[in-house]
Write a protein that binds this ligand. Sequence first.
Ligand code: FA5
Length: 342
Amino acid sequence: MDEKISNLREEALVKLNEAKNALDVENIRVEYLGKKGLVIEILKNLKNVEASHRKEVGEKANILRVEIENLIEKKMFELKEKEYEEKINSTEKIDITVPVDEKIGSLHPITIVQRELEEIFTSMGFTVEDGNEVETEYNNFEAVNVPKYHPARDMQDTFWLENGELLKTQTSAAQNKIMLKYGAPLKAIFPGRCFRNEALDASHENTFFQMEGMMIDKDVSISNLIYFMKTLLSEIFKKEVEVRLRPGYFPFVEPGFELDIKCPYCDGKGCRVCKNGSWIELCPCGMIHPNVLKLGGIDPEKYSGFAFGLGLSRLAMMKYNINDLRALNSCDLRILKQMNIK
Ligand code: FA5
């Protein structure tokens, strides 16, 4: 075994010496130190070594492992240095006085609105959470009080995977996991891409973005909900906006509302954006249903909370005066350029 280890060492040293680039070095790493690498195999098979030699073989193999690791690191450093040197000495010259083309690209309107919202919410003490795009039926429906065969499922037909999972229809799908992760009190927003199998038109896409928010604490009430939404929307539209609540039905909130804002473009006088209706329907919301709190491990006798599900794509549409939602997913640079986003 002694001879085997010393042969491996010689061999690895020669190979590393001859390595010409990072890929060669990576191949050497895999050959000797990968999961099935030659040195690692010796360590894995120590149990088969005669007991009297086991300790010594183990020590030698470990010394070799560390030596090869260090040599790999050294070799990678040398290769990088060499690469820089070659670049410096090459004839390629970079003219640092050439002006930067500022029109190379821009953030997508939805990303801009999402980041703006995240900033506003984090300044109010909310954390920003991540949700999955592929979800279980439980998280998307059952955990938010929509059991199998509930009629509310019909409003959110989606794309099912062969393994029984689905593309999430709503950011509410993350509510349960977030409650279980943090417990109460909790203040979180969770933006995400949602999917629905539905007829497409200027305000309906099969892929769109929502931003969900939840606040759970002792004595949280509808007044808190109104305050947060009003503050948020005033920041977004850069002016004081008026909001109103109408009754709305969602199985995961009780009571549930549709939140409207007085059209910020015409101050309610009537215009193209509000279709002369003065108010714009913006965001379903409500007080979290006790069943949903319970499933999230939170005692509804002690805590209450609100949740809302803002349509991010539609908000971006309003903010950038886009009259067809489908333009946002079209990847058409001519459309994005027209939006004149910096
Ligand atoms: C929901 O998805 C609820 N989960 C929202 C909610 C959360 C209610 C928490 C209460 C508490 P709704 O299906 O209405 O609700 O969708 C919310 C928003 O997503 C809509 O107002 C709309 O802006 C946007 N939206 C829904 N479907 C589409 C679609 N096909 N295309 C673009 N935007 C959509």
